[in-house]
Design a protein around this ligand. Structure first.
Ligand code: ADP
Length: 279
């Protein structure tokens, strides 16, 4: 049994189902990536697992307990959430923001103790945000803000981490930087990670398993090569997609193609030009 078990989960917004009969589990030391087109239900799944959205049916179990029987602070000892960076808390300092991760452990006076300070320092060290401790979070770059949000979640010291698009709005260097760090922490601390991620090439490089959501339904779950097939992706994203082996690792490399014949003609011209160069 995984530390995180999602069992036959159904979430509705009013009369509209956003998630239908979703069952998934995540093991310690594993990254399960949630992919799917816009509106597929990725954020809804992260919110439901974090306990913000109560299920219409089904349940979310952490370490064998249904989260609906846990208080907010009990839940926060199992699950930490890294929201999208644009959903930042108010203009606190970095150290204050990271210390918010210790809220479930603070005494009734709300005063952080030595253990809380140690946990916050460790989280800032790991995310290289310690030098930013006194900066205001709204004055940081997108990459720095994302690392602070990760530090806050790490300070919470939970066995399960939920991430909603941790690479959104980051440049290529910062995308791989944040995922390298998450992967390292997962391997070292045996964290169980459920992560919504748009970029299929990043999923292919960093995730152990992929869950493909379409219109609230779990279409496929498995290793990146099992799920990220050209037929499946072309069908789900309704755009022509090629998948070739990554030149260095043999993992799936996802390539786009235009669907407009004019675009295809334009691209075919490049091919002819190249052939001429070769002759
Ligand atoms: P994704 O993260 O995959 O883009 P979401 O989980 O945000 O998808 O949305 C899934 C579906 O639920 C969409 O049809 C969206 O319009 C709807 N939805 C999301 N949030 C709300 C909300 N707060 N109220 C009503 N409908 C919502």
């Amino acid at each position: 049994m995984g530390i995180l078990e999602i069992q036959s989960l159904q979430i509705n917004y009013g009369n509209n189902p956003a998630l239908i009969d979703i069952s998934l589990s995540v093991e310690p030391g594993e990254i399960l990536a949630i992919v799917g087109p816009n509106g597929a239900g990725k954020t809804t799944l992260i919110r439901a697992v974090s306990g913000i959205l109560p299920p219409n049916s089904g349940r979310v179990m952490v370490a064998g307990t249904d989260i609906c029987y846990l208080s907010e602070s009990q839940r926060a000892r199992y699950l930490a959430v890294v929201p999208q960076a644009r959903k930042l808390p108010p203009a606190y300092s970095v150290s204050h923001t990271v210390m918010l991760g210790r809220t479930p452990y603070l005494n009734w006076l709300g005063q952080p103790g030595r253990k809380d300070q140690q946990a916050a320092n460790w989280a800032m060290e790991r995310t290289q945000t310690l030098p930013l401790a006194n900066c205001r979070i709204d004055e940081l770059s997108g990459g720095e803000q994302q690392r602070v949000l990760l530090a806050r979640a790490l300070a919470q010291q939970t066995p399960i981490l939920l991430l909603d698009e941790p690479t959104a709005h980051l440049d290529l260097h910062h995308q791989t930087g944040i995922l390298d760090l998450i992967r390292e922490l997962v391997d070292e601390q045996k964290l169980a990670v459920l992560m919504a991620l748009h970029d299929l090439n990043l999923v292919s490089l960093y995730a152990d398993r992929v869950a493909l959501l379409v219109n609230g339904i779990l279409r496929a779950v498995g290793s990146p090569p099992e799920v990220l097939t050209p037929q499946q992706l072309t069908d789900v994203y309704q755009t022509p997609i090629h998948v070739i082996p990554h030149p260095d690792y043999n993992t799936p490399l996802i390539l786009l193609d235009g669907h407009d014949p004019k675009i295809k003609n334009r691209l075919a011209n490049f091919k002819q030009l190249d052939a001429h160069k070769g002759s």
